[in-house]
Design a protein around this ligand. Structure first.
Ligand code: 5GP
Length: 203
């Protein structure tokens, strides 16, 4: 089978649980979660370099100018970007790369790298979404409202994604995603060379 890794993009409303699912996937040796750059302030529990590379808007924009991002976007007043270095190298080495990014960035990547697999994740219900967002206790009422409004916009863009995953239980959702990655690796479009080689060996 195709030895290149799969570029797996997970998007979904804040509170969909995509971060937890991505973290579960990284427990596998062949999955790597890309660390993004952001201008947002760190939350109490966030570790620089592990959850995000936190930086000022000036630093961020200078990296944009230097072409250091595979994609970048503004989300609820802050900038977020995926560092390009490493990702392509790791894909060539066979590692599956997870990008946990919002929809504008996801579509930018798909445009440049059509093999990217776009997964949209939602919680079991809108009620559950509101409960999870409020339960986090890390955001103000105003930020929560802004993120819910943003969720409505993102749901429209979900129509352009490859897969919809409903996140009931994180461990099971991670298994579902592994299944999607396995199926992607077996796509004929990724394995044309194998068919050619096989033909060459028939006689
Ligand atoms: P949060 O502030 O909750 O960590 O993230 C807000 C949104 O930004 C989430 O939807 C998250 O997936 C998205 N995001 C995180 N990193 C990136 C990135 O590098 N690029 C883009 N386009 N979105 C990102």
């Amino acid at each position: 089978m195709d030895s290149r890794g799969v570029l797996l993009i997970i998007s979904g409303p804040s509170g969909s649980g995509k971060g937890t699912v991505a973290e579960i996937l990284t427990r596998e040796d062949d999955y790597f979660l890309s660390v993004s750059a952001t201008t947002r302030a760190p939350r109490d529990y966030e570790i620089p370099g592990e959850h995000y590379y936190f930086m000022t808007k000036e630093e961020f924009l200078s990296k944009v100018r230097d072409g250091e991002f595979l994609e970048w976007a503004e989300f609820c007043g802050n900038c977020y970007g995926t560092p390009k270095k490493e990702i392509m190298e790791r894909l060539d080495k066979g590692q599956n790369i997870i990008l946990e990014i919002e929809v504008q960035g996801a579509l930018q990547v798909k445009n440049e790298y059509p093999e990217a697999v776009l997964v949209f994740m939602i919680p079991p219900s809108a009620q559950e979404l509101k409960k999870r967002l409020a339960g986090r206790g890390t955001e103000t009422e105003e930020v929560i409202l802004e993120r819910l409004e943003r969720a409505l916009i993102e749901l429209d863009v979900a129509n352009m994604y490859d897969y919809l995953v409903i996140n009931h239980v994180s461990d099971q959702t991670a298994e579902d995603l592994k299944g999607i990655v396995m199926a992607e690796k077996q796509k004929v479009s990724r394995n044309k060379e194998i068919i050619q080689e096989f033909k060459g060996e028939v006689f």
